[in-house]
Write a protein that binds this ligand. Sequence first.
Ligand code: KIV
Ligand code: ZN
Length: 509
Amino acid sequence: MKDETRKIDIFDTTLRDGEQSPGCTMNLHDKLLVVEHLEGLRVDVIEAGFAAASEGDFEAVRKVAAAAKHAAVASLCRALPKDIDRAWEGIRHAARPRIHTFLATSPIHMRFKLKMAPDAVYEQAVKMVRYARNLCGDVEFSLEDASRSERPFIYRVVEGVVAAGARTVNIPDTVGYAVPEEFARLIADIRANVDMRGARLAVHCHNDLGLAVANSLAAVRAGADQVECTLNGIGERAGNAALEEVVMALATRREAYGVRTGIDATRIYAASRCVVQVTGNRVQANKAVVGENAFAHEAGIHQHGVLANPLTYEIMTPESVGVPKNRMVLGKHSGRHAFEARLRELGLFSFTPVQAQELFARFKGLADRKKTVSDTDIEALARDVQSPVVERVKLTSFNVLASNAVTPMSTVRLAVDGKVMEQAATGDGPINASLAAINKMLRCRDVTLETFKLNATTGGTDALGEVDVSVRKGNRVVRGHGSSTDIIEASILAYLHALNALMGEGEKR
Ligand code: KIV
Ligand code: ZN
């Protein structure tokens, strides 16, 4: 039977607003991995990036546009001809290209940022939407900081850009200032006061007050047709509305909202894990839907209830969001079939035959050292194997002298383009000393370590240590990742990974 309920479009901006947030930089290879998941989820629109921002962003937008077969692909651009042209250049070969242009409409933004009078903002918005429509049949216009804009001006701009050809008009809560009742009123008022001529109304909420999902849902109830969101809620400052939360709220409380999305929710968990892997940003254990504890029942009374009937304490099943059930423990006796089945459950599927071979060999090597290999161990190995960086500099060996009585010292031996070099240095700790030795050896004076994150994949002392770093050279920031049961080695590998990415062109494929 055909589903007659109103369809809400899911516009994913993980690769644009998400990637814009500190520590979430993704390289091209990472972005294409995320696209595979977004396509699997069946999101309606993938915002690929900001094509005019840099050559790298442009290239990423172009590659995402070519990779997406189902979703529309949008590039964000300022309401300026040169930005719009660049966006169009980036997406024009997509199956369904969309130009997404924006201009701020709030008094504070117009006065202090744009230094433009409202009439000039109105004219520019209308003119640029018309300009974009001459290039692309699908144009979205966003009224930046709409939630702090004045009603009559919002109506005027929405009406003007719709008449100029915008097919979607987005009402962002750019600074995360709105509260649900007020935001719902704004959407309902736009619906009541503007002839949308069939254009869709979108919302884009930031989470500064922890209300991004609540505001998005309130807007849907008030008549919004499209929700803009990100996986794991990553995004500028406190983030954007989390895709998994919006989708599962609409699905679980379907009777309350009376709408549907086209999302395959069983792909959520794997997509979320992928974003954790490529950004190095873990989700908190109690994060709704995708957190480690989202389906864990600790209290005895809860466990008893769930055993009697899962619905006592579970409003959605773990399987409904793709959390794998009844996992087999993987260890040194596990065969290739079991290992590959786990990779698929974790959403790790795009390996070349050579990578698949290497991954299995590394899994076996780790299983020899550890009794059981966890999912996070496997994800870390997969990420290392899939790294597209050309390894001009390789770690040969290191030797650390550390105690609480002497200054730590590390001697690192590297193969640089095949030539073996060695250097020793002291530091505040063995990791600091090792990185100092590398810097000295490679003369990395203009390279700064911006972030360093160390995680143990599981609770045990035999866990893999996973290290994520970001390294800056001029205005280029790259991320590096390394994993090992030895955290000093993991740190050295992560740092070398980033240095290798900075050298050469970076990408193999
Ligand atoms: O938060 C915001 O206003 C945005 C727009 C540019 C869509 O990201
Ligand atoms: Zn935003």
